[in-house]
Ligand binder design. Structure first.
Ligand SMILES: [Zn+2]
Length: 224
């Protein structure tokens, strides 16, 4: 399945990419990106996975890697010091994410990305979607960051709202480009992003059903 974000990068609609890869896939991915003429930097993580930064110039790829070097996922828990928040902000903006969504993310880092609104601990997806949903009048499928099939999303950041105007403008552009290149896959991806789901506190996703108390109901996706 082709990633809409990669298509967007290749068409010049996105300044850079930040991808996760399994160690066994990282080398092949790096080779294919280099063969396509992109600049690539690979960062091993403590989990064994790799972060792959893709940019148009070697300097930009290196900058992305350097920006995240002090805030890598899986590192020791860090106090939300000013330089930590600034690194998250700079990385998000360098990846082309809307500033409102970057600021919402930085706010969660400041409070702890695993701290739900009631103060209890929860999966980062739950915390981010809880905040975004409370800020939304509608849930737009193209801004769904947690599709039920676990497949690729149109945007790779948590939107500040599930109808954030800036994120939606970007998603529309990305999805139109994706659809023009891969019409069949666009239909499949649109269906996956529109599939109703319940998101549990531990981050698990499942089809709606029953009346569970502690889930976020994402069962009314719209698209306009
Ligand atoms: Zn936003």
């Amino acid at each position: 399945m082709v990633s809409p974000e990669r298509v967007a990068f290749e068409l010049g609609l996105k300044p850079a990419l930040r991808l996760y890869a399994e160690p066994s896939d990282a080398e092949q991915l790096q080779r294919s990106l280099l063969a396509a003429g992109h600049a690539v930097e690979v960062q091993p993580l403590s989990s064994g996975k790799r972060l792959v930064y893709v940019a148009r110039t070697a300097r930009d790829a290196l900058r992305l890697r350097a920006l995240e070097s002090t805030i890598l996922p899986g590192g020791p828990s860090r106090p939300a010091a000013r330089n930590v928040l600034e690194a998250h902000r700079a990385l998000g903006l360098a990846l082309g994410y809307p500033s409102c969504c970057v600021e919402a993310f930085v706010g969660r880092v400041q409070r702890d990305v695993r701290r739900a609104r009631d103060g209890s601990l929860a999966h980062e997806d739950f915390v981010a979607i809880e905040a975004a949903a409370s800020n939304s009048r509608a849930h737009h499928a193209w801004l769904n960051p947690v599709p039920l099939d676990g497949g690729s999303t149109v945007v790779s950041f948590y939107p500040c709202a599930l109808d954030c105007e800036a994120a939606l403008a970007l998603a529309r552009e990305l999805f139109a480009a994706f659809r023009s290149r891969h019409p069949g896959e666009a239909v499949v991806r649109h269906a996956a992003l529109s599939t109703p789901l319940f998101l549990a506190r531990d981050g698990t996703r499942r089809p709606p059903g029953g009346t569970p108390a502690d889930v976020i109901r994402l069962d009314r996706w719209t698209c306009w």
